[in-house]
Write a protein that binds this ligand. Sequence first.
Ligand code: ADP
Ligand code: MG
Length: 200
Amino acid sequence: MANKKERTLVVLKPDAVQRNLIGEIIQRFERIGLKLVAMKMVVASENHIEKHYTLDPEWRRKVGEKTIKGYKEKGQSPPSEDPIKISKQVLEGLVKFMTSGPMIVMIWEGAHAVKIVRKLVGGTEPLSSDVGTIRGDYVLDSYEMSDTDGRAIRNLVHASGSAEEAEIEVNHWFSPDEIISYRLVQDEILYDVNLDGILE
Ligand code: ADP
Ligand code: MG
C-alpha cells in the first residue's frame, strides 16, 4: 500500500536562488499535490555538503558510472574510465558550488513523494533531461561544460533518490522540531475514498 506520508528532501541549489527560480520551482511541487512540511534558507558548510553526498556509500561509484554512461550515449569519450576518479572531482566541485551562496532546503510529503519529485526534477544533466522537467526547462548545463571547467553541474535542484535515502537526508538537514505535521483541505480530494463531503 502506498505511504501517503512519504517524505523527500529537496534542496534548491545556489543557482536556483541566484536565478530567482525559488517560487517557480516550489509551485511545481505545490501544484502536483505534495505538501511542504519543512523549509529553511541556509548557507551550508563544506563538511555538511561532503557528508550529504557521501551518506550513501555507493554514491561515488554511481555518480561516476552515470557520468561515463552520459558521455558514451552521446558518442563522446568520458574524462576517465574510472568512476571513483570522476566522483572525486565531482565531489570537490559540489562542495564549492553548494557552499557558494544561500540554498532553500525543504521536505515535501505525499504519496510517492520521492518518485514524483524526481520525475518533476528530471535527469541529472540539463542538456539531456526531458523538456517539461525543472532541469530540462530552466537551465542548459552539460557534463561536457562542467567537466571541462572542473566544476559541478548546475542543475538547480537536489532531490532524494529513494525513500531510504530521503529518511537519512531529512535527518541530516532537519531536527524533528523543524518538521510540521498538519492537515491540508486538499488532502481529501487527493486521498479520501468516498468524497462524500462535497455536495450540499
Ligand atoms: P542527482 O542530483 O540527479 O541525484 P547525482 O546524485 O548522481 O545526481 O549527483 C549529484 C550532483 O553532482 C548532481 O546533481 C550534479 O550537480 C553533480 N554532478 C553529477 N555528475 C557530475 C559530473 N560528471 N560533473 C559535474 N557535476 C556532476
Ligand atoms: Mg543523487
